[in-house]
Design a protein around this ligand. Structure first.
Ligand code: NAD
Ligand code: WQD
Length: 347
């Protein structure tokens, strides 16, 4: 079975994807600096995949190119040369990126360039890259497709566009054949149904779903709903929430799609194509989990938009994949994780 390098494999999306890959029998090398995660997650992955736990964790930072070289060398030495990479590692907070732009350019872009250099050095040219829906500019279209204008409004989004461009350059200009898939995720939420792994934000959550979960577990008093005057069903912001395991499975599909190809560069939206407002999500969470989420309507959050929903037709047509879980599954599984682990991986 092929060996896959998963950068950022201890993080939210990376850890769930590792589980899907392990279940399929892949041998994994996980590289993570744990700047925004805990390697405790690996213990949970081991428990969840008793038979197929073929994973080697190497703690380190992508900005350290000699560390990366050692990872590829080690894989070669133990006769498990890395055939492809799923590249999650990066910093992801929009607000933090506005405050610390250099940190974001350095971490995300320099880290990625190092990775691509070492991949080239070891003739490993298959990669699935984590991009984001936040790179799209404002549009009046209800559904955002891959042809919509790319015009990010913050340094985080700029770093994602830049990495996509570097990958495109490699595809177009490199003498060797690169196989590249950039996945633009919409809003990944929820947790593995076991309640063993899930999202574990450090500090106050920026995102809606972990905030709701922390209100439910009473770590936070109430939810601030940012804006109730958008042109949406109930005035609150509408987003495309995708179950984390559906997203994990999209990575598996993306990787296996690339295996069959010769030379490839593709960007795909990964979402459900279904829009849900903040208050709709609150109601579904309350109903599914029989709990109360107190909330207050507040001013709009700076930089927010009213509605962001994926046109996911291209991904459905190209990958042998479609999202299978609904909002009730998201709320049930997300709550299962939160109530079993009120303080995430720490306790
Ligand atoms: P996360 O923070 O949970 O995971 C990212 C992981 O990368 C963390 O474990 C972190 O420690 C690690 N990391 C960061 N910089 C590193 C470096 N230089 N070297 C080694 N490890 C490093 O985030 P996530 O939600 O799992 O997101 C994964 C990827 O998907 C990120 O690139 C993010 O930008 C992208 N993305 C996330 C979302 C989302 O809503 N979660 C949406 C769109 C795109
Ligand atoms: C969803 C809705 C908020 C928190 C961001 C990035 C995106 C991706 C995912 C990385 C909005 C409202 C939120 C709260 C609220 N990340 N909200 N109270 O902004 O769609 O996407 O995270 O790539 O790129 O932009 O997600 O979960 O922050 O917000 O009312 O406490 O919930 O205003 O309408 P967003 P979100």
């Amino acid at each position: 079975m092929k060996s896959i390098l998963v950068t950022g494999g201890c993080g939210f999306i990376g850890s769930h994807t590792c589980l899907s890959l392990l279940e399929k029998g892949y041998y994994l090398f996980v590289v993570d600096s744990c700047v925004n995660s805990s390697d405790q997650v690996l213990r949970k992955l081991k428990n969840l995949s008793i038979i197929n736990f073929k994973l080697k964790y190497l703690k380190g930072d992508l900005r350290d190119i000699s560390f990366l070289r050692r990872v590829f060398e080690e894989a070669k030495k133990c006769n498990k040369p890395i055939s492809s990479v799923i590249h999650f590692a990066g910093l992801k907070s929009i607000s933090e990126s506005i405050r610390y732009p250099l940190e974001y350019w350095d971490n995300n872009v320099i880290g990625s360039i190092n990775l691509f250099k070492i991949m080239e050095e070891f003739s490993c040219r298959t990669i699935v890259f984590s991009s984001s829906a936040c790179i799209y500019g404002l549009t009046n279209q209800t559904f955002i497709n891959e042809e919509c204008e790319v015009k990010p409004t913050n340094p985080y989004g700029q770093t994602k566009v830049t990495i996509e461009k570097i990958l495109k350059d490699l595809f177009v200009n490199s003498l060797s054949e690169w196989k590249i898939l950039c996945l633009r995720y919409f809003n990944p939420v929820g947790a593995h149904h076991s309640g063993e792994i899930g999202e574990d934000p450090i500090g106050v959550p920026n995102n809606l779903f972990p905030y709701i979960s922390q209100v439910a577990i009473k770590r936070r008093k109430e939810l601030d709903v940012f804006g109730s005057d958008w042109k949406t069903i109930d005035g609150t912001g509408v987003r495309d929430y995708i179950h984390i395991m559906d997203l994990a499975e999209a990575h598996l599909a993306a990787l296996e799609y690339l295996f069959d190809k010769k030379k490839n560069f593709l960007v795909l939206n990964i979402g459900t194509g279904i829009g849900t407002s903040v208050l709709e999500l609150v109601k579904i969470f309350e109903k599914t989990n029989n709990c109360k989420i107190p909330y207050k309507l507040k001013m709009r959050r700076t930089g927010d938009v009213g509605s962001v929903i994926a046109d996911n037709k291209k991904a459905l047509a190209i990958l042998n994949w479609s999202p299978k879980r609904n909002l009730e599954d998201i709320c049930k599984d997300g709550w299962n994780w939160q109530k079993n682990n009120p303080y995430g991986f720490q306790k």
